[in-house]
Design a protein around this ligand. Sequence first.
Ligand code: SAM
Length: 280
Amino acid sequence: MRVIDGSEGNQLSDATGRGETAGMTSSPSFEDLLAEGQAVPVEGWDFSWFEGRATEQRPSWGYSFLLSARLARCSSSLDIQTGGGEVYAGALIRAGRRPDVVAATESWPPNVGVARQNLARFGARVLEVAEDGDLPLANASFDLVSSRHPTRHRWDELARVLRPGGTYLSQGVGSGSNRELFEALMGPQPGSDQPSARRAAADARAAGLHVVDLRQEATRVEFFDIAAVVHFLRKVVWTVPDFTVARYRRQLADLHEQICRDGGFVAHSQRYLIEARKSA
Ligand SMILES: C[S@@+](CC[C@H](N)C(=O)[O-])C[C@H]1O[C@@H](n2cnc3c(N)ncnc32)[C@H](O)[C@@H]1O
């Protein structure tokens, strides 16, 4: 199994195989696994706990590498909804040089401190900004703006802070992401899994940007025990918005049985990449 090493940023371990659950010599019970999944801290945006318990195929475009290449040639960079700053920090390290100005925003208070810590070595300014809030930043102040898996895009604001000729690079989560998982708990849900990329492109154009790259992929996700499912649902809170173990105990028991019988539970993430430029 490939371990999360920052080369592709934080998500479930790369789907190149499955490791053994560390330290487990006999099968833990359903109750033990529920307790374990509930005990793992959810702050930050580091998915290394999942190693050996869940995998996620990575989109073919390699977001973190694309970001590094752009960081290597920009002078001012802003990462929006940076989470714990782990992905941004990994891309900055790989870029091999530091832009003169490194900034980030984060919306979730527990992650602001984590991001400040992870980005301190780059001299980054980390601003606490609501996910749909205005950016407290000057017009035309960044030549690169990035965001991976933002919960919301403020296209007007990111376009405003970009310099003429500047670039916005983002990997987004498409609608219907992990549908198999949320429907296993919540039952059939309405909504379409049609490319969210097209909608993002329309929003980018409406904000006056030129779309220079647009891609979409479904990537395979596999869970190997119910503790991984519980931890994932506590961490990626928008998957099943009212998730608690107590509320979904019956569905979790069914899923546990299915995982024991089949060796895993497969879902698919929806991912898209958009790169857009502001006119020079
Ligand atoms: C999906 S995260 C992506 C973070 C980062 N850009 C990355 O790719 O690693 C997007 C946003 O959700 C926030 N977030 C994470 N867990 C949250 C929670 N339990 N409640 C509210 N926001 C949360 C993050 O802090 C971040 O601002």
